[in-house]
Design a protein around this ligand. Structure first.
Ligand code: BES
Ligand code: MN
Ligand code: MN
Length: 454
């Protein structure tokens, strides 16, 4: 391992430069204007994987942005690891509040800053770097390795689920490794065993045929913005519970042992609040902050649109009001069922004075794994070697819907070993990844392969 680690250390600078070339490609999957950039980012990765020593590096067409596949199966009798990540990123412009250009990555002290550093190109690059160092030092890998890196994760992996199902044999493996999540805190290498799911919808309230003078008509007809806010106000009860009928029916409750384990983690609520900029923590009554984020479902309004929002005042009854809202789900909630419940909720609370419609957007399944599989012993050993500390077991509030698909279709344990930090600002301005954690992460991935091979 020493020689591998040394190779990783010696090549850190060159690797960062290589990663930065990838980060400069604006692979924003949501915006059709960046379609070619997405393909270029996929091609870039396939080329680097081939250079590193992987075989059959190729783009797989999906109907949307292509996925990248590569394999090296030269270790018969040894386990096969499937490495998953995504090369697509969230939109970003400097005006969103960035200190530097989002697609001109820079290093400041120990931080690399730029869109995609943590989510997820920087983390995928630890996989590429680990494989390359193993090939350079040993001429081979200790176990069999497959890469599947998609370009539609940020949009809900629209075509990826079908891709996994259609290629189940090609992707067959003994363990899936995903690096697309943060660590618990600096100095706490982490194994993530739970992710939340998602049900995304939109409610539209339509009243008058056009905006009306609120003096001549206000009080005479229903105001869609008033109606929408009244309906939205009923989404939660006084205890902060979601008031949608049946919403908690399938929720797997935390066991006393699980609550105890979470309570034992050195969670720094002050630091958490600092990262949010909020004055106090808040949410469902009866659960701690970590429990609420990791193991309780939520319903959040993501955006609202209605009426006049320009300079000064304009006295109108708006013709329309709408809100986008999403529920974060936990095991064993069924995303489609949650969408049905959301739709039923709005149907029930809608007054007859307006027209209310519900639009269904994307969904994703929650994931709750267990760490009993032997691969987790290897993962713990690898993290210990790379970070010099024992790994902690965590969950995360975010969603990587394809993980549940892997578990179901490939029937393999999923090791979620991420190298970001809670202040990584993914999806926001100044997204960042610590250079030191990128470096230790690369060591951990290489050590994981060695440990798995036994
Ligand atoms: N890497 C994140 C998921 C994540 C965030 C895991 C925070 C752990 C902690 C992923 O790229 C992401 O943003 N997922 C979306 C999924 C959605 C588009 C279906 C999310 O969570 O909103
Ligand atoms: Mn991600
Ligand atoms: Mn993301």
């Amino acid at each position: 391992m020493e020689e591998i680690f040394k190779h990783i250390d010696d090549n850190l600078q060159a690797r960062l430069e290589q990663l930065f070339a990838w980060l400069r490609i604006k692979s924003v999957s949501a915006d059709p204007a960046f379609k070619d950039d997405c393909r270029a980012a996929a091609k870039w990765l396939a080329d680097r994987l081939a250079e590193a020593g992987m075989q059959k590096a190729e783009l797989i067409e999906t109907g949307g942005h292509p996925a990248v596949y590569a394999e090296w199966l030269g270790a018969p009798g040894k386990p096969t690891v499937l490495l998953y990540g995504h090369y697509d990123v969230q939109p970003a412009v400097k005006e969103d509040g960035w200190d530097t250009e989002p697609f001109e990555p820079v290093v400041k002290g120990d931080l690399m800053l730029g869109r995609g550093t943590a989510d997820d190109k920087g983390q995928v690059h630890t996989h590429l770097a680990a494989v390359e160092s193993l090939f350079k030092v040993n001429g081979s890998l200790p176990c069999n390795v497959k890469f599947i890196v998609e370009g539609e994760e940020e949009g809900g992996s629209e075509h990826t689920e079908a891709l996994i199902r259609d290629n189940a044999e090609k992707l067959a493996c003994d363990v899936v490794l995903v690096s697309d999540s943060p660590m618990f805190a600096e100095g706490y290498p982490s194994l993530c065993v739970g992710l939340r799911g998602l049900a995304y919808g939109e409610v539209v309230v339509e009243g008058p045929g056009g905006d009306l003078h609120s003096g001549s008509f206000g009080g005479g007809v229903a105001n869609p913005a008033n109606v929408l806010s009244q309906m939205l106000a009923r989404l939660h009860d006084a205890d902060g519970k979601v008031a949608i009928k049946g919403f908690y029916d399938d929720v797997v409750e935390l066991t006393p042992a699980q609550r105890e384990a979470i309570a034992k983690l050195p969670f720094d609520e002050k630091e958490f609040l600092k990262n949010t900029g909020s004055p106090v923590a808040a949410g469902e009554k009866g659960y701690t902050t970590l429990e609420r984020i990791w193991a309780r479902p939520t319903c959040d309004i993501n955006g609202m649109l209605s009426g006049y929002t320009g300079e000064g005042a304009k006295t109108i009854v708006p013709r329309r009001a709408s809100a986008k809202l999403s529920c974060r789900l936990v095991a064993n909630q069924v995303p489609e069922k949650a969408l049905n419940q959301m739709e039923a909720f709005f149907k029930e609370v809608a007054p007859t004075t307006v027209k209310v419609t519900f639009i269904r957007h994307h969904t994703g399944q929650a994931y709750l794994g267990d760490t009993g599989a032997p691969a987790f012993v290897s993962a713990r050993r690898a993290l210990k070697q790379a970070f010099g500390a024992e790994a902690v077991e965590i969950r995360e509030g975010g969603s990587i819907p394809i993980v549940a698909t892997f578990a179901e279709v490939l029937r393999a344990p999923c090791v979620l070993m991420g190298f970001g930090l809670p202040d990584q600002n993914i999806h926001g301005p100044n997204e960042n990844l610590r250079v030191s954690n990128y470096h230790k992460g690369t060591r951990a991935v290489a050590a994981f392969f060695v440990e798995l091979a036994g």
